[in-house]
Design a protein around this ligand. Sequence first.
Ligand code: AMP
Ligand code: MG
Length: 417
Amino acid sequence: MLDIGEAQRKILEEIPVLGSERIHILEALGRVLAQDVEAIRDVPPADNSAMDGYCCKAQDIQHASVETPIRLRMIGESPAGKPFQGTVGPGEAVRVMTGGLIPNGADTVIMVEFTERTGEDLICLQAPGVGAHIRRTGEDVRAGEVVLAVGDIVRPPEVGMLATLGHAYVHVYQRPVVAILSTGDELVDLDEPFSPGKVVCSNSYSLAAQVYECGAIPLSLGIATDDHEHQRSRISDGLRADVLVTSGGVSVGNYDLVKDTLAQLGMQLKFWKVNMKPGKPLVFGTIAKKPVFGLPGNPTSAMISFEQFVRPALLKMMGHKNLWRPLVEAVLEEDLKIASDRVHLVRCKLSEKEGTIMARPTGTQSSGALRSMILADGLMILPPERVPFRAGNTVKVQVLHGGMPLVPLSPYDHESF
Ligand code: AMP
Ligand code: MG
């Protein structure tokens, strides 16, 4: 049986990176750049003031202080957007506002706070050096420089930079459409009558939410019964998507038909079963080069398998460079009862104690118990050769949610925040 890492490698070998599309910069939030972005101009485009104050020649006021004030003559102003047209000569000053251009002849800005006004004159009480409070041409970005590169994720600062450089549109990798089919005679959808013995088909929704969360587009194929004909027709519908994900019917029960249905549709099976718990019966293959994932039906098994295998594949398709959730080391808070048969992925809560990340399981680890996923900050990754796991042992935890600080802050840091 493959281990998790081997299975991930086999999957990623089959996964293409999608083509690009040109979209509005605001729509591009969370997407990955498919082209480098080169600056067409300097930012800032000209020297300007970082402060509200006065610009003048630094030499004129080099001996200014509260005890020895120096008087300059005001000759105009340079507010942001309306540059002063003249030249600043010896003994002269121009009022400048933040973002206002530095006029010819001036080489420093004295902040308002260190000046006084008497009529047309300016009294300087401080000696800022040459270049003080001046934002230089191109100090943020130089014309011709590659500011954003292929593979960069568009976050709010990237959106701002694209706008600064005058781009309304940007090339990003496409998002895959992911068809999701739930299988099982017992399943009912939300608009169907429920009775004991039936199971509400939650996987269609949790898996679609996972697809959304990683930035791809879910396409629901609804529910198929445990019947080859019904499954074939639903899956055929789904083959217009970029990726097919099924849930249920991949184990060794009498009604686990999905693997055979996929074979009937021409799937090239790459592997079946991964050495993990939950999630062992995973099927992976391709139909006409499209990746097909047969996830187990138990709600947490399906979600955890998605995390380990489908998410990295979708991220690769969308051009992401980092396909993996962060791993942290944590100290176990309690002994664990773990069989040494497979790699166990145990849902856990993380906390911080005196600078150390602590981990404890979120109660029942039944593969049907979604509650344990809700409570989980991450998954402990427990290899069989390290069983038994005792309180105080260090374990690796795959962090599923952003809330947990990777470098824990001390209580002092929290207070000073
Ligand atoms: P299976 O993998 O088909 O053997 O299903 C394993 C367990 O997961 C069974 O208890 C199913 O009822 C349950 N299950 C399968 N598919 C779904 C689904 N789409 N939503 C919720 N539970 C499911
Ligand atoms: Mg089933």
